[in-house]
Ligand binder design. Structure first.
Ligand SMILES: C[S@@+](CC[C@H](N)C(=O)[O-])C[C@H]1O[C@@H](n2cnc3c(N)ncnc32)[C@H](O)[C@@H]1O
Length: 293
């Protein structure tokens, strides 16, 4: 398998990813929705879901294509696919364990290929996207969401960066541009070049940035989320209990720094305006990418 290290990693992380994704749905969900809308799916079409994880988006695709269409989810991790198969009972959905970089996917060719944050982990992205193009009909649509830079994604970047600062110099497993990982496709120019090199036309990369505003009462939950996130778990894998304890404090401090005051709603006539509200504001930024095979 071309990406055995990724298969091992995601097999280890299937349960924690599933929990993380459920908690992060308010952040990742809208980006996935945008990528799906960009594909302009039609009932009856057949669509490939790349790096489908536990099948959340495959089910959404199957619902959109119902009753005559079909969604086929592929993932390199058998543990992810086991969860997807247990959970998604849908006549219009199927799943396959496959490395999207090299596999001849069952049921190809498809009308479209979709991914929500499942395409940043290939050891050779251009070869992988060329392979995905071969599983599409001529002119078939590609649409996916991938993260912009870590620094534009407070919700996951602040906890990770806070922890990296506690580790001995040169040991933090910070994402490296171009290396497989959640931020490997942060550079829009690189995406154009890579997809054109893989044989796609009409490549479009739309950078979307938005901030998520949460009630200040959720600070504890966000700190807990940050502590359990993949980047932080990876960084603290071999850390001493002392560093782990300091990491929780550093994450809390970084998150609390994002609490801001916002103007209250305008008061109704004759009423006093309320005090400014306090919210937790965290940035989130992804690219919505579309292209034609
Ligand atoms: C961040 S998760 C996203 C999961 C899912 N798309 C979602 O939004 O819930 C990334 C997924 O990509 C999968 N993946 C990584 N490399 C892959 C490859 N070469 N082929 C297929 N899937 C891969 C991982 O196993 C993991 O399930």
């Amino acid at each position: 398998m071309a990406n055995q290290d990724q298969a091992d990693y995601w097999n280890r992380r299937s349960i924690s990813w599933d929990e993380e994704a459920t908690k992060a749905e308010p952040v990742i969900g809208p980006f996935g929705q945008m990528a799906m809308e960009a594909l302009r799916l039609r009932v009856g079409e057949r669509v490939l879901d790349i790096g489908c994880g536990t099948g959340v988006t495959t089910r959404m695709l199957a619902d959109a294509l119902h009753p005559s269409g079909h969604a086929h989810g592929v993932d390199i991790s058998s543990a992810m696919i086991d969860i997807a198969r247990e959970r998604v009972f849908h006549g219009g959905a199927s799943f396959e364990v496959a490395d999207a970089q090299v596999a001849a996917v069952e049921g190809a060719p498809f009308d479209a290929a979709f991914s929500r944050f499942g395409v940043m982990f290939f050891s050779d992205p251009e070869a992988a996207f060329a392979n995905i193009r071969r599983s599409l009909l001529p002119g078939g649509r590609l649409g996916f969401a991938c993260w912009q830079d870590l620094s534009l994604n407070d919700w996951i970047g602040l906890p990770a960066t806070a922890v990296y600062g506690l580790l001995p110099e040169g040991t933090a497993p910070a994402p490296v541009a171009g290396e497989p990982g959640p931020f490997s496709m942060a550079d829009a120019e690189g995406i154009y070049e890579m997809l054109q090199g893989a044989g796609y036309s009409l490549v479009r990369v739309e950078p979307i940035e938005h901030s998520v505003e949460l009630p200040v009462e959720l600070v504890d939950a966000v700190v807990e989320f940050g502590c359990g996130s993949g980047l932080v778990r990876d960084a603290l894998r071999d850390a001493s209990p002392d560093v782990v304890e300091r990491a929780v404090g550093a994450i809390r401090e970084a998150i609390e720094d994002c609490v801001v005051e916002i103007e209250p709603e305008p008061a109704a006539e004759g009423e006093e305006p309320g005090p400014p509200a306090r919210v937790l504001r965290l940035s989130a930024a992804a690219h919505i990418v579309t292209a034609r095979a």
